[in-house]
Design a protein around this ligand. Structure first.
Ligand SMILES: N[C@@H](CCC(=O)N[C@@H](CS)C(=O)NCC(=O)O)C(=O)O
Length: 123
């Protein structure tokens, strides 16, 4: 089972790198504003999880360098996701709001739709 997962992960990563989406463009000022807003965002994820790859591809397309938190490599991230997010499932987008509360958004499609709405690229 571990070997099958490893091979599938390799295929997912291979396809991902072979078909990397083009990074979206903003003016330098706009990109700077976006990047300072992104300090409040973290993506809890795994490198080879296909749902995480889907979110990372959208981040690249939208040019959103959000901090990635690998829940397998770092036990603290796994613990935060489980205890504060509520479940050990990835991808999960953590949004730290100005009033101090953190929002934990699970579901890759919801995360992608949120990022597209919140950080649109100019057409
Ligand atoms: N419908 C979810 C599926 C996410 C999912 O199944 N993630 C797997 C890793 S590829 C996971 O975290 N599984 C652990 C679990 O479900 O407890 C999405 O689109 O984000």
């Amino acid at each position: 089972m571990k070997a099958v997962r490893w091979v599938l992960g390799l295929i997912v990563m291979g396809l991902h790198y072979l078909t990397l989406p083009r990074r979206g463009k903003r003016s330098p000022q706009e990109q700077q504003q976006v990047e300072s807003a992104l300090a409040d965002y973290k993506l809890y994820q795994l490198p080879t999880c296909p749902f995480c790859v889907k979110v990372r591809r959208a981040m690249r397309r939208l040019n959103l360098p959000i901090e990635l938190r690998d829940v397998r490599a770092d036990g603290r991230h796994r613990q935060d996701l489980t205890n504060d997010g509520g479940k050990m499932k990835v991808p999960c987008l953590r949004i730290d709001h100005a009033d101090g509360h953190s929002e934990w958004m699970y579901e890759s499609s919801e995360i992608v739709a949120y990022l597209e709405r919140r950080f649109p690229l100019q057409k």
